[in-house]
Design a protein around this ligand. Structure first.
Ligand code: BGC
Length: 709
């Protein structure tokens, strides 16, 4: 399609509306009453057929209806773009992103994205608002479930694979869909952990942490970036010219489309940064926003062009970007793309995808405690299965509302494949009156499902208290009096305060929400058909008062190591500084020993790197996967650096008795940091590499940077 020629033939109103995204309900459900998204904006029924993109269809028949009706009415028959939030699966539901980041296996996120895009494309979806690459250190925030944790390097790795998975090599491929990095930027650091709240941070922190996943991801040219609701420097990102236009577009050279978050242009008025939608739309345009999601304010761009505040050539440039996206996807030739109602409902495809989802969920499970090798359980062990999830199917996670949970299997059903000796209850509340004490006494183990309901997690689901609820602890204590052999399975969308149960449970298996294959993977792990290999990508605090908490904090002038209530050092009177379960923590059924670490030299310069070999032996009795990490520590720097910074990790499968080598290459690009002017700083000095399988057991190797600047 000659999009330049098309552009020339479009009216001003047509052009402006290409930059507007509205709900697909306007056409699919003919929701005329909501045509006017904001009080001082009016969008007519005719305007709906000019909107460049739509949000929210989830079925092939709906997308087809939308396109058919739209193309009949649109003057130039420009195909609409259809978006949906496909976050951790579409029909096949994968673990929530936080859970699958525990796999430390970024390749899995490629699989998640591949299958998501295939299934979404059958339902007529052209683009998703994923991956979410917010850095967060705050489990109070409900959206922590959507993140890849607290570390910007880990996030970058997962993000890059997801982009490849969604967009494939070429957007013209039938099952490729658009990806969108979000939420640019700082949304994961809301004050008090309260969703949509103010974010504030120094520019040095922004550049060295929060921006890093963007820097690494935009090298792959993802199609879109979404700006966040929050302010930074007291300016909402939607109209933050410095961070969007100057930094993301000019400095980082991001050429893709920038979309706002939902209704965010209008919300700049409530933020107190614009007086009207007219002013807000101008500010958003000047900041670099291409698509107005759901506020309708961009219809007012017409006035700005007519009054000369916006040059027509600038508007044309933005419109061309949208037309190009449509052209890149091949929508001018085939607006339905891969829409296919037969394949959409093909159960055999779903079965195949469930198998891949199982692989992902098996690697997402983290073993937090395993006293006296309680786990794995023996086949036919006598168990009492109690708590809040033994029969429930509602463990898909917060962004899976399009999928029917009836395709799921209960934990009771999957455990029944391993043992017939199960005592359970249909009741999933903590009602001690229902319990048959003798049955519990007779059991070898009590398997107790605790944690959160799916509906307690996700967007707008922040909490001030992240402990297990009082009735759960009381129930746990009540059962413990009857039978002390308790294995707890945690269902959650956030790191919870597990301090109490961590003392008394015999074993704790952290599953979070694993999606379609939750029960199968959990049962396989309980009974030793899977050796857990997940490790935490986010710290689990001992107490909500420690938040924000992460492994990569600064040292302070008065550091304190595992000391409570010491005067005049940086500690608490009533709690340790360290988390209950740190970043990279996760146990295994087998025993891995690092038998050797060797560095081929200890100097890094502009053209000299260090090669490292770490040999790991599986000396236990289960085949398993081990992850090795390398953290960097700086000596003295111009700008204070985190005590540890993850710079490499790798995971490998190791058979019983086998020894495997993990090979790493460290270059000067692993040593720099950004200064306040966003300039890379390379320092000639001594550094320390900290190498090991988790943050609590690292071996230190001194290296030198010479002629690296
Ligand atoms: C969320 C985004 C999402 C958008 C569209 C917003 O409320 O913050 O992450 O993509 O809605 O559904």
């Amino acid at each position: 399609m000659d999009i330049n020629k098309l552009l020339q033939s479009m009216s001003l109103r047509e052009k402006v509306f290409q930059l507007i995204q509205i709900s697909s309900d306007f056409i699919v459900k003919d929701k005329i009453e909501s045509y006017n998204p904001s009080v001082d904006i009016s969008i007519s029924k005719e305007d709906v057929y000019l909107a460049g993109s739509f949000l929210g269809t989830s079925r092939s028949i709906e997308s087809r209806k939308l396109i058919d009706e739209y193309l009949k009415m649109n003057p130039h028959k420009i195909p609409p773009l259809i978006f949906a939030d496909v976050i951790h699966g579409f029909k096949t539901i994968f673990p929530i992103p936080l859970a699958f980041s525990f796999s430390f296996n970024p390749y899995l996120s490629l699989l998640v994205a591949r299958i998501s895009s295939l299934e979404a494309s059958y339902s007529g979806i052209h683009g998703t608002y994923s991956p979410m690459i917010d850095v967060t250190k705050d489990p109070r925030w409900g959206r922590v479930m959507e993140t890849f944790g607290e570390d910007s390097y880990v996030i970058s790795k997962f993000s890059r694979e997801m982009i490849k998975g969604y967009e494939k090599n070429n957007l013209k491929e039938k099952d490729a869909i658009l990806s969108c990095l979000k939420h640019y930027i700082g949304y994961g650091k809301p004050e008090g952990g309260r969703d949509y709240n103010t974010s504030d941070m120094s520019h040095v922190t922004l550049y060295n942490e929060y921006l890093v996943p963007y820097i690494n991801s935009i090298k792959l040219s993802p199609s879109l970036v979404m700006t966040s609701f929050n302010t930074i420097d007291r300016i909402p990102l939607t109209i933050n010219k410095f961070l969007v236009k100057d930094l993301l577009q000019k400095k980082l050279k991001y050429k893709g489309v920038i979309v706002t978050d939902y209704n965010a242009i209008s919300e700049t008025i409530t933020h107190g940064n614009a007086e009207s939608n007219l002013e807000a739309s101008l500010k958003a345009f000047e900041a670099g926003i291409d698509i107005d999601m759901a506020s309708g304010s961009y219809s007012l761009l017409e006035e700005h062009v007519l009054s000369g505040k916006i040059k027509l050539s600038d508007l044309d440039e933005r419109v061309l970007k949208i037309l190009k996206l449509k052209d890149d996807l091949g929508l001018f030739e085939n607006p339905y793309k891969n829409n296919n109602s037969l394949l959409e409902n093909d159960k055999t495809i779903l079965e195949k995808h469930f198998k891949i989802a199982l692989k992902v969920s098996l690697e997402s499970i983290v073993l937090l405690k395993n006293e006296e090798k309680t786990l794995p359980l023996k086949q036919n062990a006598k168990i009492s299965l109690l708590g809040m999830y033994q029969k429930s199917l509602d463990f898909n996670g917060a962004w899976s509302y399009k999928q029917d949970i009836n395709d799921n299997i209960s934990l009771y059903d999957t455990i029944s494949k391993f043992t017939n000796n199960i005592y359970t209850l249909d009741d999933e509340l903590f009602n001690t009156n229902l319990i048959d004490i003798d049955k519990i006494k007779e059991s070898d183990y009590v398997v107790l499902t605790l944690g959160e309901r799916r509906s307690e997690t996700g967007e707008a689901k922040s909490k001030t208290n992240i402990s297990l609820k009082k009735e759960q602890i009381e129930y746990f204590d009540y059962l413990r009096e009857i039978n002390e052999n308790i294995i707890v399975i945690i269902y959650a969308g956030r790191p919870l305060d597990l301090s109490y149960i961590s003392k008394y449970a015999k074993a704790i298996l952290l599953t979070m929400f694993l999606g379609s294959t939750h029960s199968t993977s959990t049962s396989m792990t309980l009974f030793g058909k899977n050796n857990p290999s997940g490790k935490l990508t986010i710290s689990f605090p001992r107490n909500v008062g420690q938040i924000p908490l992460s492994y990569n904090s600064l040292n302070t002038g008065r550091p304190a190591f595992d000391i409570i209530n010491k005067e005049y050092v940086s500690n608490y009177q009533d709690e340790f500084n360290s988390p209950l379960y740190p970043f990279t923590f996760g146990l295994s059924y087998t025993n891995f020993i690092i038998t050797n670490i060797s560095l081929d030299n200890n100097v890094i310069s502009k053209n000299k790197s260090i090669n490292i070999k770490v040999s790991v032996l599986n000396s236990g009795t289960f085949v398993g996967k081990e992850t090795i990490f390398i953290f960097l520590s700086h000596g003295s720097s111009l700008i204070s650096q985190p005590t540890l910074k993850l710079i490499k990790f790798e995971k490998k499968n190791i058979k019983v008795g086998e020894r495997k080598d993990f090979i790493f290459k460290i270059t000067r690009e692993d040593l720099f940091y950004y200064n306040i002017l966003f300039k890379k700083v390379y320092e000639n000095k001594e550094y320390v590499l900290n190498i090991g399988s988790n943050i609590n057991s690292l071996e230190k190797y001194k290296i030198k940077g010479e002629n690296i600047s």
